[in-house]
Ligand binder design. Sequence first.
Ligand SMILES: Nc1ncnc2c1ncn2[C@@H]1O[C@H](COP(=O)(O)OP(=O)(O)O)[C@@H](O)[C@H]1O
Ligand SMILES: [Mg+2]
Length: 326
Amino acid sequence: MKGKLEFEKIVKRRTELDMKQSELAEAACVSINIVRSVEIGRSESSIEALSKICDVLGLKLNEIYNPDFKNTKIISFVNNKGGVGKTSLCAAIGCILAEQDYNVLFIDFDMQMNLTRSLGMEKQDKHLGVAIEKEHDLSSYIYKTKYANVDIIVSDPSMAIIDMQLFTKINRESIVKYGLKSIIDKGIYDFIICDTNPVLGILNYNVLNVTNYVVIPIELEIFSIYGLDTLINYIENVKKNNEKLKIAGIVVNKYDLREKTITETCEKVVTNLFGDKVFKTRIGVDTKLKQSQFDSEPVIYAQKNSRISRQYRELTKELITVVNEK
Ligand SMILES: Nc1ncnc2c1ncn2[C@@H]1O[C@H](COP(=O)(O)OP(=O)(O)O)[C@@H](O)[C@H]1O
Ligand SMILES: [Mg+2]
């Protein structure tokens, strides 16, 4: 069952009525296991069982259960190497999720504004840089894009100095976390998709500090592989603060068998290092991507049936499986 169950209210009312779990179960004609799981917030039980429990406790179902509430998952595309495909993958996967009826909020954490422009957006007064500098709630910085289910918080070139601005702040590692709190509490987005900058600095620390799943795009070339241990250590370090942070997987991008020996050798190295953390889907080199970026339209809309769009869709399927794993 999707949505949000305010189980504390159930426990509170049962305690006020001086009932044991077994008494509630009996009165509601449900098993004690259902009462137990409902009281620890597992909303897997049926609506019917919940209604019966509410009847006995004199609560209204809509006071304790909001079926439209979305448990927002934050997915970030991270690699301190530039040009590996963070922005392209981020835009494609986010738009595919939106196409599948998920509500998506993109956040562009790179002052180069590539994600912002990929989604057909331009510079805005209310951009991420201002919000972070002023430590604002990010909910008033959201813009709608022209695509269904796709919203965005845009970046700005002035964010070039943002790590310096963050440095002097007391909660410098949690500014984004506080900024996103009200958006997450409202439960309006299924996914917040973050594009990041190629620096392992304070802003990206902020991003990882709220992230649930990191996707690491790489190319199969030796320089790309050299930097990976630094990146993995950085992520492990953030995990000390954010226990929900997981590496969803490594995506091999710009897969090119014209450079067969190098590609295959690097592929072996990456597989030995990361095993099943490497997504099976490879994203090939495709010139259609550059054209669509030139036209400021995500390739999955502009070239729906191109090879790269199909590969992005396959990859999204794999990612959803990982995200839905318990
Ligand atoms: N699969 C691909 N095929 C062809 N070009 C690609 C592919 N992925 C990325 N690119 C190109 O590589 C460049 C860098 O990609 P980008 O997504 O901006 O990387 P990053 O955000 O990591 O810097 C862009 O010009 C983009 O069009
Ligand atoms: Mg980028």
